[in-house]
Ligand binder design. Structure first.
Ligand code: NIG
Ligand code: FE
Length: 410
Protein backbone atom coordinates (compact mmCIF):
# COMPACT_ATOMS: atom_id res chain seq x y z
CA UNK A 1 0.00 0.00 0.00
CA UNK A 2 1.30 3.48 -0.83
CA UNK A 3 1.79 6.18 1.82
CA UNK A 4 -0.65 8.90 0.71
CA UNK A 5 -3.27 9.61 -1.89
CA UNK A 6 -5.06 12.95 -2.24
CA UNK A 7 -8.34 12.28 -4.06
CA UNK A 8 -11.06 14.27 -5.75
CA UNK A 9 -9.38 17.68 -5.73
CA UNK A 10 -11.54 20.13 -7.70
CA UNK A 11 -8.28 21.33 -9.24
CA UNK A 12 -4.59 20.49 -9.07
CA UNK A 13 -2.28 23.35 -10.12
CA UNK A 14 0.66 21.05 -10.88
CA UNK A 15 3.05 23.57 -12.53
CA UNK A 16 4.32 20.53 -14.48
CA UNK A 17 6.88 21.27 -17.17
CA UNK A 18 10.34 22.73 -17.59
CA UNK A 19 11.71 25.56 -15.42
CA UNK A 20 12.10 28.46 -15.48
CA UNK A 21 8.85 29.52 -17.14
CA UNK A 22 9.29 32.55 -19.42
CA UNK A 23 6.89 34.94 -21.14
CA UNK A 24 3.48 33.46 -21.98
CA UNK A 25 4.47 30.08 -20.46
CA UNK A 26 4.47 31.70 -17.00
CA UNK A 27 0.67 31.60 -17.14
CA UNK A 28 0.63 27.80 -17.55
CA UNK A 29 -0.19 26.37 -14.11
CA UNK A 30 -0.56 22.79 -15.42
CA UNK A 31 -4.18 22.56 -14.23
CA UNK A 32 -5.80 19.13 -13.83
CA UNK A 33 -9.53 19.03 -13.01
CA UNK A 34 -10.97 16.46 -10.58
CA UNK A 35 -7.46 15.32 -9.70
CA UNK A 36 -5.56 12.83 -7.58
CA UNK A 37 -1.97 12.98 -6.27
CA UNK A 38 -0.31 9.70 -5.22
CA UNK A 39 2.74 9.73 -2.91
CA UNK A 40 5.12 7.10 -1.60
CA UNK A 41 8.50 7.25 0.15
CA UNK A 42 8.33 11.05 0.26
CA UNK A 43 8.07 11.32 -3.53
CA UNK A 44 5.23 11.89 -5.96
CA UNK A 45 4.25 8.71 -7.79
CA UNK A 46 1.63 10.20 -10.04
CA UNK A 47 -0.80 13.07 -10.63
CA UNK A 48 -3.79 13.01 -12.95
CA UNK A 49 -7.56 12.99 -13.35
CA UNK A 50 -9.58 10.73 -11.01
CA UNK A 51 -10.90 8.90 -14.10
CA UNK A 52 -7.35 7.59 -14.70
CA UNK A 53 -6.17 6.73 -11.16
CA UNK A 54 -4.47 3.30 -11.16
CA UNK A 55 -6.31 0.72 -9.00
CA UNK A 56 -3.26 0.20 -6.71
CA UNK A 57 -3.21 3.86 -5.75
CA UNK A 58 -6.85 4.12 -4.64
CA UNK A 59 -5.89 2.83 -1.22
CA UNK A 60 -3.14 4.33 0.89
CA UNK A 61 -2.09 4.58 4.52
CA UNK A 62 -3.39 8.17 4.41
CA UNK A 63 -6.32 9.07 2.14
CA UNK A 64 -7.10 12.81 1.98
CA UNK A 65 -10.44 13.78 0.47
CA UNK A 66 -9.83 17.12 -1.29
CA UNK A 67 -13.39 17.57 -2.56
CA UNK A 68 -14.03 21.26 -3.22
CA UNK A 69 -10.33 22.07 -2.67
CA UNK A 70 -7.31 22.94 -4.80
CA UNK A 71 -3.96 21.14 -4.48
CA UNK A 72 -0.70 22.88 -5.33
CA UNK A 73 3.05 22.49 -4.77
CA UNK A 74 4.16 24.01 -1.46
CA UNK A 75 5.29 27.62 -1.85
CA UNK A 76 9.02 28.21 -2.24
CA UNK A 77 10.05 31.58 -0.78
CA UNK A 78 13.31 32.52 -2.55
CA UNK A 79 14.24 35.62 -0.50
CA UNK A 80 13.96 36.01 3.28
CA UNK A 81 15.86 37.39 6.24
CA UNK A 82 13.77 35.38 8.69
CA UNK A 83 16.70 34.62 11.05
CA UNK A 84 17.45 37.74 13.12
CA UNK A 85 17.09 39.00 16.68
CA UNK A 86 14.68 41.67 17.89
CA UNK A 87 12.15 43.79 16.05
CA UNK A 88 11.92 47.34 14.74
CA UNK A 89 8.42 48.42 15.78
CA UNK A 90 9.79 51.77 16.99
CA UNK A 91 11.24 52.44 13.55
CA UNK A 92 7.94 51.51 11.95
CA UNK A 93 6.33 54.27 14.03
CA UNK A 94 9.05 56.70 12.86
CA UNK A 95 8.43 55.81 9.23
CA UNK A 96 4.69 56.40 9.72
CA UNK A 97 5.59 59.88 11.03
CA UNK A 98 7.41 60.56 7.76
CA UNK A 99 11.02 59.47 8.17
CA UNK A 100 12.25 57.42 5.17
CA UNK A 101 13.83 53.95 5.33
CA UNK A 102 17.08 55.39 3.91
CA UNK A 103 17.11 58.26 6.42
CA UNK A 104 16.64 55.86 9.36
CA UNK A 105 19.58 53.85 7.99
CA UNK A 106 21.78 56.96 7.72
CA UNK A 107 21.06 57.74 11.37
CA UNK A 108 22.48 54.35 12.38
CA UNK A 109 19.09 52.64 12.81
CA UNK A 110 17.63 50.28 10.24
CA UNK A 111 19.73 47.26 9.37
CA UNK A 112 22.37 48.28 11.94
CA UNK A 113 19.91 48.14 14.84
CA UNK A 114 19.12 44.52 13.92
CA UNK A 115 22.88 43.93 13.60
CA UNK A 116 23.36 45.08 17.22
CA UNK A 117 20.56 42.78 18.45
CA UNK A 118 21.82 39.84 16.39
CA UNK A 119 25.42 40.23 17.55
CA UNK A 120 24.22 40.23 21.17
CA UNK A 121 22.15 37.07 20.66
CA UNK A 122 23.44 33.52 21.05
CA UNK A 123 22.88 31.00 18.26
CA UNK A 124 20.23 29.32 20.44
CA UNK A 125 18.43 32.65 20.78
CA UNK A 126 18.43 33.16 16.98
CA UNK A 127 16.99 29.67 16.53
CA UNK A 128 14.29 30.29 19.16
CA UNK A 129 13.25 33.64 17.65
CA UNK A 130 13.07 32.29 14.08
CA UNK A 131 11.11 29.13 14.89
CA UNK A 132 7.67 30.74 15.39
CA UNK A 133 8.13 32.77 12.19
CA UNK A 134 8.90 29.58 10.26
CA UNK A 135 5.88 27.84 11.86
CA UNK A 136 3.61 30.63 10.62
CA UNK A 137 5.21 30.42 7.16
CA UNK A 138 4.53 26.68 7.11
CA UNK A 139 0.92 27.24 8.20
CA UNK A 140 0.42 29.55 5.22
CA UNK A 141 1.85 26.99 2.79
CA UNK A 142 5.59 27.69 2.53
CA UNK A 143 7.52 24.40 2.48
CA UNK A 144 10.94 25.72 1.39
CA UNK A 145 12.60 29.10 2.01
CA UNK A 146 15.87 30.81 1.33
CA UNK A 147 17.33 32.55 4.41
CA UNK A 148 20.13 35.11 4.34
CA UNK A 149 22.69 35.96 6.97
CA UNK A 150 23.66 39.64 6.94
CA UNK A 151 22.91 40.88 10.45
CA UNK A 152 26.27 39.77 11.90
CA UNK A 153 28.75 41.66 9.72
CA UNK A 154 31.74 40.01 11.41
CA UNK A 155 32.99 36.63 10.25
CA UNK A 156 32.09 35.07 13.59
CA UNK A 157 28.57 36.51 13.72
CA UNK A 158 27.81 35.69 10.08
CA UNK A 159 28.88 32.07 10.67
CA UNK A 160 26.71 32.05 13.83
CA UNK A 161 23.70 33.09 11.73
CA UNK A 162 24.43 30.46 9.06
CA UNK A 163 24.76 27.81 11.76
CA UNK A 164 21.35 28.85 13.16
CA UNK A 165 19.87 28.44 9.66
CA UNK A 166 21.31 24.92 9.44
CA UNK A 167 19.82 24.04 12.85
CA UNK A 168 16.35 25.29 11.79
CA UNK A 169 16.12 23.14 8.66
CA UNK A 170 12.70 21.49 9.34
CA UNK A 171 9.90 21.18 8.59
CA UNK A 172 10.39 24.22 6.33
CA UNK A 173 13.44 23.29 4.28
CA UNK A 174 15.96 26.14 4.23
CA UNK A 175 18.53 27.22 1.65
CA UNK A 176 21.20 29.49 3.14
CA UNK A 177 22.80 32.58 1.59
CA UNK A 178 25.82 34.49 2.90
CA UNK A 179 24.87 38.20 2.88
CA UNK A 180 28.15 39.58 4.22
CA UNK A 181 27.66 42.68 2.07
CA UNK A 182 24.37 43.74 3.64
CA UNK A 183 25.57 47.00 5.22
CA UNK A 184 28.81 48.67 6.30
CA UNK A 185 29.07 47.98 10.05
CA UNK A 186 29.40 50.92 12.43
CA UNK A 187 33.05 50.16 13.29
CA UNK A 188 33.99 50.33 9.56
CA UNK A 189 32.11 53.53 8.70
CA UNK A 190 35.38 55.46 8.43
CA UNK A 191 36.87 52.86 6.08
CA UNK A 192 34.24 50.83 4.17
CA UNK A 193 36.95 49.39 1.88
CA UNK A 194 38.42 47.63 4.89
CA UNK A 195 35.07 45.87 5.41
CA UNK A 196 34.75 44.92 1.72
CA UNK A 197 38.23 43.37 1.92
CA UNK A 198 37.21 41.46 5.04
CA UNK A 199 34.18 40.00 3.22
CA UNK A 200 36.36 39.12 0.20
CA UNK A 201 39.42 37.72 1.95
CA UNK A 202 38.15 36.28 5.22
CA UNK A 203 34.36 35.98 5.59
CA UNK A 204 33.51 34.46 2.21
CA UNK A 205 36.19 31.71 2.30
CA UNK A 206 35.23 30.96 5.94
CA UNK A 207 31.54 30.60 5.02
CA UNK A 208 32.46 28.32 2.12
CA UNK A 209 34.54 26.14 4.47
CA UNK A 210 31.63 26.03 6.95
CA UNK A 211 29.61 24.43 4.13
CA UNK A 212 26.11 25.77 4.97
CA UNK A 213 25.63 28.69 2.54
CA UNK A 214 25.02 27.83 -1.10
CA UNK A 215 24.67 31.41 -2.37
CA UNK A 216 26.22 34.82 -1.70
CA UNK A 217 24.42 38.17 -1.86
CA UNK A 218 25.14 41.90 -1.59
CA UNK A 219 22.94 44.99 -1.01
CA UNK A 220 24.03 47.10 -4.00
CA UNK A 221 22.54 50.51 -3.26
CA UNK A 222 23.74 54.09 -3.21
CA UNK A 223 25.05 54.81 0.28
CA UNK A 224 25.60 51.10 0.96
CA UNK A 225 27.83 49.18 -1.51
CA UNK A 226 28.48 50.53 -5.01
CA UNK A 227 28.65 48.35 -8.12
CA UNK A 228 32.43 47.93 -7.94
CA UNK A 229 32.44 46.87 -4.27
CA UNK A 230 29.48 44.58 -4.92
CA UNK A 231 31.25 42.97 -7.89
CA UNK A 232 34.34 42.19 -5.78
CA UNK A 233 32.27 40.54 -3.03
CA UNK A 234 30.19 38.50 -5.51
CA UNK A 235 33.33 37.40 -7.42
CA UNK A 236 34.86 36.23 -4.14
CA UNK A 237 31.71 34.19 -3.58
CA UNK A 238 31.92 32.66 -7.04
CA UNK A 239 35.58 31.71 -6.48
CA UNK A 240 34.62 30.03 -3.20
CA UNK A 241 31.77 28.10 -4.84
CA UNK A 242 28.87 30.32 -3.70
CA UNK A 243 26.57 31.34 -6.54
CA UNK A 244 25.78 35.09 -6.58
CA UNK A 245 22.38 36.73 -6.14
CA UNK A 246 21.93 40.45 -5.60
CA UNK A 247 19.74 43.10 -3.92
CA UNK A 248 19.55 45.31 -7.01
CA UNK A 249 18.05 48.69 -7.91
CA UNK A 250 15.62 48.81 -4.96
CA UNK A 251 15.70 52.44 -3.75
CA UNK A 252 17.84 53.93 -6.52
CA UNK A 253 18.89 52.67 -9.95
CA UNK A 254 22.59 52.02 -9.54
CA UNK A 255 23.36 49.43 -12.20
CA UNK A 256 22.46 46.43 -10.04
CA UNK A 257 20.71 44.51 -12.82
CA UNK A 258 23.63 45.13 -15.20
CA UNK A 259 26.07 43.91 -12.53
CA UNK A 260 23.96 40.78 -11.87
CA UNK A 261 24.15 40.00 -15.60
CA UNK A 262 27.90 40.70 -15.78
CA UNK A 263 28.80 38.35 -12.90
CA UNK A 264 26.33 35.66 -14.01
CA UNK A 265 24.16 35.93 -10.89
CA UNK A 266 21.37 33.40 -10.48
CA UNK A 267 18.90 36.17 -9.55
CA UNK A 268 18.61 39.94 -9.18
CA UNK A 269 16.07 40.84 -6.51
CA UNK A 270 13.85 43.92 -5.87
CA UNK A 271 14.42 45.86 -9.18
CA UNK A 272 11.93 48.65 -8.45
CA UNK A 273 14.28 51.11 -10.22
CA UNK A 274 15.75 48.78 -12.87
CA UNK A 275 16.79 50.48 -16.14
CA UNK A 276 15.83 49.36 -19.66
CA UNK A 277 19.46 48.41 -20.27
CA UNK A 278 19.40 46.39 -17.04
CA UNK A 279 16.29 44.51 -18.17
CA UNK A 280 17.92 43.69 -21.52
CA UNK A 281 21.14 42.58 -19.81
CA UNK A 282 19.22 40.26 -17.45
CA UNK A 283 17.26 38.71 -20.33
CA UNK A 284 20.47 38.19 -22.30
CA UNK A 285 22.34 36.59 -19.40
CA UNK A 286 19.42 34.47 -18.14
CA UNK A 287 19.32 36.17 -14.74
CA UNK A 288 15.99 35.65 -12.97
CA UNK A 289 14.12 38.58 -11.38
CA UNK A 290 12.94 37.89 -7.83
CA UNK A 291 10.20 40.45 -7.22
CA UNK A 292 9.34 41.46 -3.65
CA UNK A 293 6.10 43.47 -3.82
CA UNK A 294 5.67 43.16 -0.03
CA UNK A 295 8.77 45.33 0.52
CA UNK A 296 7.65 47.94 -2.04
CA UNK A 297 4.21 48.01 -0.39
CA UNK A 298 5.52 48.19 3.17
CA UNK A 299 8.01 50.96 2.34
CA UNK A 300 5.46 52.81 0.21
CA UNK A 301 7.78 52.93 -2.81
CA UNK A 302 7.20 52.27 -6.50
CA UNK A 303 6.68 48.64 -7.56
CA UNK A 304 9.02 46.80 -9.93
CA UNK A 305 8.04 46.85 -13.63
CA UNK A 306 6.94 43.22 -13.62
CA UNK A 307 5.13 43.21 -16.97
CA UNK A 308 8.06 44.88 -18.75
CA UNK A 309 10.42 42.27 -17.28
CA UNK A 310 8.15 39.40 -18.37
CA UNK A 311 7.62 40.87 -21.85
CA UNK A 312 11.39 41.29 -22.25
CA UNK A 313 11.89 37.57 -21.61
CA UNK A 314 13.17 37.77 -18.03
CA UNK A 315 12.04 34.86 -15.83
CA UNK A 316 10.23 36.10 -12.73
CA UNK A 317 9.83 34.63 -9.23
CA UNK A 318 8.12 36.08 -6.14
CA UNK A 319 9.39 36.21 -2.56
CA UNK A 320 8.39 37.77 0.76
CA UNK A 321 11.72 39.46 1.69
CA UNK A 322 10.50 38.74 5.25
CA UNK A 323 12.72 40.93 7.48
CA UNK A 324 12.30 43.25 10.47
CA UNK A 325 12.67 46.51 8.53
CA UNK A 326 11.35 46.70 4.99
CA UNK A 327 8.81 43.85 5.03
CA UNK A 328 7.60 41.72 7.96
CA UNK A 329 5.16 39.75 5.71
CA UNK A 330 5.61 35.99 6.21
CA UNK A 331 2.89 34.65 3.91
CA UNK A 332 3.59 33.82 0.27
CA UNK A 333 -0.19 33.81 -0.30
CA UNK A 334 -0.27 37.51 0.64
CA UNK A 335 2.62 38.13 -1.76
CA UNK A 336 0.72 36.32 -4.56
CA UNK A 337 -2.22 38.67 -3.88
CA UNK A 338 0.02 41.75 -4.02
CA UNK A 339 1.62 40.46 -7.22
CA UNK A 340 -1.77 40.32 -8.91
CA UNK A 341 -3.02 43.70 -7.73
CA UNK A 342 0.21 45.73 -7.72
CA UNK A 343 2.39 43.97 -10.32
CA UNK A 344 -0.50 43.05 -12.68
CA UNK A 345 0.31 39.33 -12.79
CA UNK A 346 -2.52 36.88 -13.47
CA UNK A 347 -3.29 34.43 -10.62
CA UNK A 348 -1.70 31.58 -12.61
CA UNK A 349 1.45 33.63 -13.34
CA UNK A 350 1.80 34.64 -9.70
CA UNK A 351 1.34 31.07 -8.44
CA UNK A 352 3.90 29.74 -10.94
CA UNK A 353 6.32 32.51 -9.87
CA UNK A 354 5.80 31.48 -6.20
CA UNK A 355 6.43 27.76 -6.79
CA UNK A 356 8.26 26.43 -9.87
CA UNK A 357 10.16 29.62 -10.78
CA UNK A 358 10.96 30.25 -7.12
CA UNK A 359 12.44 26.74 -6.96
CA UNK A 360 14.58 27.58 -10.01
CA UNK A 361 15.77 30.74 -8.21
CA UNK A 362 17.24 28.45 -5.52
CA UNK A 363 18.47 25.82 -8.01
CA UNK A 364 16.20 23.17 -6.47
CA UNK A 365 13.74 22.96 -9.40
CA UNK A 366 14.82 19.40 -10.27
CA UNK A 367 13.38 18.29 -6.93
CA UNK A 368 10.85 20.96 -5.87
CA UNK A 369 8.32 23.47 -7.20
CA UNK A 370 5.86 21.26 -9.12
CA UNK A 371 3.67 18.19 -8.70
CA UNK A 372 5.30 15.70 -11.07
CA UNK A 373 6.26 12.03 -10.72
CA UNK A 374 9.66 11.68 -9.05
CA UNK A 375 9.61 15.07 -7.36
CA UNK A 376 9.62 15.51 -3.59
CA UNK A 377 6.07 15.35 -2.18
CA UNK A 378 5.80 18.94 -0.88
CA UNK A 379 2.17 19.90 -1.41
CA UNK A 380 -0.63 22.00 0.05
CA UNK A 381 -4.41 21.95 -0.14
CA UNK A 382 -6.54 25.09 0.01
CA UNK A 383 -10.22 25.49 0.85
CA UNK A 384 -11.45 26.65 -2.54
CA UNK A 385 -12.08 24.98 -5.90
CA UNK A 386 -10.29 27.77 -7.79
CA UNK A 387 -6.54 28.52 -7.33
CA UNK A 388 -7.36 32.19 -8.00
CA UNK A 389 -8.90 32.23 -4.51
CA UNK A 390 -5.34 32.56 -3.13
CA UNK A 391 -4.88 36.13 -4.44
CA UNK A 392 -8.62 36.92 -4.45
CA UNK A 393 -9.29 36.11 -0.77
CA UNK A 394 -6.42 38.44 0.05
CA UNK A 395 -5.15 38.15 3.62
CA UNK A 396 -7.10 34.98 4.52
CA UNK A 397 -5.21 31.78 5.15
CA UNK A 398 -7.02 29.18 3.02
CA UNK A 399 -4.49 26.40 3.67
CA UNK A 400 -6.18 23.25 4.99
CA UNK A 401 -3.24 20.82 4.81
CA UNK A 402 0.52 20.84 4.19
CA UNK A 403 2.70 17.80 3.42
CA UNK A 404 6.51 17.95 3.51
CA UNK A 405 8.29 14.95 1.93
CA UNK A 406 4.91 13.20 2.00
CA UNK A 407 4.44 13.76 5.77
CA UNK A 408 1.44 15.77 6.97
CA UNK A 409 2.87 18.77 8.86
CA UNK A 410 -0.19 21.08 9.03
O1 NIG B 1 15.79 43.21 1.29
N1 NIG B 1 17.43 45.98 1.35
C1 NIG B 1 18.16 45.40 2.14
N2 NIG B 1 17.84 44.39 2.92
C2 NIG B 1 16.52 44.08 3.30
C3 NIG B 1 16.05 44.91 4.43
C4 NIG B 1 16.70 44.49 5.68
C5 NIG B 1 16.33 45.29 6.88
O2 NIG B 1 15.79 46.41 6.79
O3 NIG B 1 16.61 44.76 7.97
C6 NIG B 1 15.62 44.10 2.10
O4 NIG B 1 14.72 44.95 1.94
FE1 FE C 1 16.21 41.39 1.18
Amino acid sequence: MIDLVVVGAAEAATMAGPAPRLGPALGNAGLVHDAYVAVDGGRILGVGPMTAIPRDWRLAREVYDAAGQTVLPGFVDPHTHVVHAGDRTGEFRERLRGLSYAEIGRRGGGILSTVAATRAATGDRLVAEARPRLRRMLATGTTTAEVKSGYGLTTEDELKMLDAIARLDEPVELVATLLGGHEVPMEARADPEHYVNLVVNEMTPAAARQGIARFCDVFCESGVFDADQSRRMLRAGLEAGLQPRLHADQLTGCGGAELAAAVGARTADHLEQVSEAGIRAMAGAGVMAVLLPGASFFLGIEHAPARRLIDAGVAVALGTDCNPGSCPIESMAVIVGLACVALRLTPEEALCAATLNAAWALNVHDRLGSLEPGKQADLIAIADRDPAAIPYRFGSNLVTAVWKRGQRVV
